[in-house]
Design a protein around this ligand. Structure first.
Ligand code: SF4
Ligand code: SF4
Length: 224
C-alpha cells in the first residue's frame, strides 16, 4: 500500500495561515489503512487546528470530510460543495490525492497534510517497511521474491556490496536493517536456486523507473 505520515502541526498551521475557512479532506483507502489520513485522523487534525488557531487568537472555521479515494475525480465530486465553501483544503491523502484535488478544483489551493513515504508492507502492528520502488521492470523472479531495488540501500542487482555484518546492512546498521542480499542468498539456498547468483545481470535499464522522467501507462483496450 501507499504509506504516509502526518506533517507536524506547526507546518500545517503555517500552510493555512492566510485562510479563514479550511476543509480537512481525508481519503478512505491506503492512508486510512496506515492510520494517517482516514476519517479518524481527519477528525483529530480538525480538532487540533480548531484549538491551536483559537489559542493563537486567529480562530478558523475548520470543516472535515473524507472521500473514498482522493486520487479519482468521481469520488472528489462528492466534496464539491465543501471545497467551494472553503478558502483552502488540507489533503490527508497521498501526494496523488493532493495533485488530483488541485487539478480538479484549480480555483482552490489544496495543500499536503501528509508526507507520502513509499510502497510498503505492514510487517507488524504500527510498522510499515518499504517493499517496492515501482521501478517498472520487476526482477523479483531473479531474487527469490525479495526486492534489491527497494530493500538494498545501494539498489545493487548483482549481489552484496561486501559491507554487511552478521546479516545487517552497513548503511543502516544502527537501525538493524537486514542486508537484503544476505536474505536473498538464504532464500535462494532454501529454494535450491543458488545457481541464479552466478548469472551476471546486465546493467538495469532504468528508463522504466523514475530516472526516465514521469511515467504513464496507456491501455488502449480500456480507453473509451
Ligand atoms: S524490482 Fe522494481 S517493481 Fe519489482 S518490487 Fe522491486 S522496485 Fe518494485
Ligand atoms: S549491506 Fe547489503 S543491503 Fe546494505 S548496501 Fe550492502 S548489499 Fe545493500
Amino acid at each position: 500500500m501507499i504509506v504516509a505520515e502526518q506533517k507536524p502541526l506547526e507546518e500545517i498551521k503555517s500552510m493555512i495561515a492566510d485562510a479563514r475557512k479550511v476543509l480537512v479532506l481525508g481519503c478512505g483507502t491506503c492512508v486510512t489503512v496506515c492510520f494517517a489520513g482516514g476519517e479518524k485522523e481527519v477528525s483529530i487534525l480538525a480538532s487540533q487546528l480548531r484549538m491551536a488557531t483559537r489559542l493563537d487568537g486567529q480562530e478558523k472555521e475548520i470543516r472535515e470530510l473524507t472521500v473514498q479515494r482522493q486520487c479519482e475525480y468521481e469520488y472528489n465530486e462528492l466534496a464539491a460543495d465543501h471545497v467551494r465553501d472553503a478558502d483552502m483544503v488540507i489533503s490527508l491523502a497521498c501526494g496523488i490525492g493532493v495533485q488530483t484535488m488541485n487539478e480538479q478544483y484549480p480555483e482552490k489551493l489544496t495543500v499536503p497534510g501528509l508526507n507520502t513515504s513509499g510502497l510498503s508492507q505492514p510487517t507488524e502492528q504500527g510498522v510499515w517497511e518499504e517493499r517496492c520502488q515501482a521501478c517498472g521492470n520487476c526482477v523479483l523472479h531473479l531474487t527469490g521474491g525479495l526486492c534489491p531495488v527497494a530493500r538494498c540501500a545501494k539498489s545493487l542487482l548483482n549481489g552484496p556490496c561486501g559491507g554487511s555484518q552478521r546479516g545487517i546492512c552497513e548503511v543502516y546498521a544502527e537501525r538493524e536493517t537486514p542486508c537484503v542480499w544476505d536474505q536473498i542468498y538464504h532464500r535462494l539456498k532454501d529454494l535450491g536456486q543458488l545457481d541464479k547468483l552466478l548469472e551476471i545481470e546486465p546493467a538495469k535499464n532504468w528508463h522504466t523507473s523514475r530516472d526516465g522522467g514521469q511515467r504513464k501507462i496507456v491501455r488502449e483496450d480500456l480507453r473509451l
